[in-house]
Design a protein around this ligand. Structure first.
Ligand code: HEM
Length: 312
């Protein structure tokens, strides 16, 4: 995947949402935490990856709202993100970057460009242009299905960033020490359970209610997530993030992530770093999902640009 597609994707987001200088083109508003990851014995059977062998691994976690405005009101956001960076003792890093949708809306970068263009507001009325969205879904039936499938997530907002389940959406291939590979997808499942509230209720809590809730909650004690793996079976579409796999697929508990505290220096720990889902490590391979490859290109363009802008 070339840098060119990365630049085109970021420019499309800029035109749609108006990126703020020095911030992420997407998921600009975020809160940065530190925690500890402990893999289960079952994880070590599926991969030789160093952070999946048991023992405690420090982690950085960034929770975010998907839009390009770093001051967006939490009650207005439509998609919520969770990014995890595992910090290995030898200085290497590997990331998981997930959101609260059950599937992604497009299965290749050209469709992402077409959808982002279709979603642009009419410059005169400042309202969406339904005929453009309709034209897009008629030519992309897999996206129409994914949007309908996800619609139930769009009416409500999380009660808490740590009472939300986050999905990796792409598949990855975990390779065990004997060389056997399995395709699987990630879900970060909150131990406290999933709880949503109506947007109207969230509005009464204030624009930054999610950060406020997280700060108060972590002051009382840590919050936990389990990393759940959904294993693909023969015939599952491992390279198509618009397609959910049947609920009946085997699930494996890969371990526990404990979120302990907000970091002391969010700029150094999260805002000047990139969380990239393609930053994998021995024992974990990216699938051939075209969206996943395109994300690597887009995230590189976005981090290079925001660091250069901050330095100016
Ligand atoms: C073609 C599809 C996509 C494009 C073009 C795209 C673009 C971007 C960009 C430009 C950033 C900012 C990167 C940075 O400056 O560090 C970003 C961040 C993020 N994206 Fe995506 N994205 C795509 C798909 C996805 C998917 C499928 C997910 C969830 C599975 C996702 C979740 C996130 C999250 C959670 C962040 C914030 C990461 C952090 O906290 O640093 N994105 N995305």
């Amino acid at each position: 995947m070339t840098e060119d597609i990365g630049r085109r994707l970021v420019e499309a987001i800029d035109e749609f949402a108006g990126t703020r200088e020095g911030f992420r083109a997407a998921h600009a508003k975020g809160v940065c935490c530190e925690g500890t990851w402990t893999a289960s014995a079952a994880a070590a059977k599926l991969t030789g990856a160093p952070h999946m062998q048991g023992g405690q691994v420090p982690a950085l976690v960034r929770f975010s709202n998907a839009g390009s405005d770093p001051e967006s009101a939490d009650y207005r956001a439509e998609v919520f993100g969770m990014a995890v960076k595992f910090l290995l003792p030898d200085g290497r890093e590997t990331d998981i970057v997930a959101n609260n949708l059950p599937v992604f809306f497009v299965r290749d970068p050209e469709a992402f460009l077409a959808l982002t263009k279709a979603r642009r507001l009419n410059p005169k009325t400042r309202r969406p242009a339904p005929h453009r969205i309709l034209a897009f879904v008629l030519t992309h039936p897999e996206s129409a299905r994914a949007i309908i499938y996800s619609a139930r997530h769009l009416g409500t907002v999380p009660a808490s960033r740590v009472e939300t389940a986050y999905n990796g959406l792409h598949s990855f291939r975990w390779v065990d020490p004997a060389g056997t590979g399995r395709h699987l997808r990630y879900t970060l499942t909150p131990e406290a359970g999933v709880r949503v509230i109506a947007r109207g209720e969230a509005r009464t809590l204030g624009r930054d209610y999610l950060e406020q809730e997280l700060t108060e909650r972590l002051a009382r004690g840590p919050a936990g997530f389990r990393l759940s793996l959904q294993l693909a079976a023969a015939g599952d579409r491992v390279n198509d993030p618009t397609k959910a796999w049947p609920q009946s697929r085997e699930r494996v508990d890969a371990g526990r992530l404990e979120i302990e505290r907000l970091v002391a220096d969010p700029v150094a720990d999260c805002e000047r770093r990139v969380f990239d889902p393609t930053r994998v490590i021995d024992g974990i391979e990216c699938s051939a999902d075209l969206v996943l490859a395109a994300r690597r290109a887009a995230y590189s363009v976005s981090i290079e640009r925001r660091l250069a802008q901050k330095a100016e």
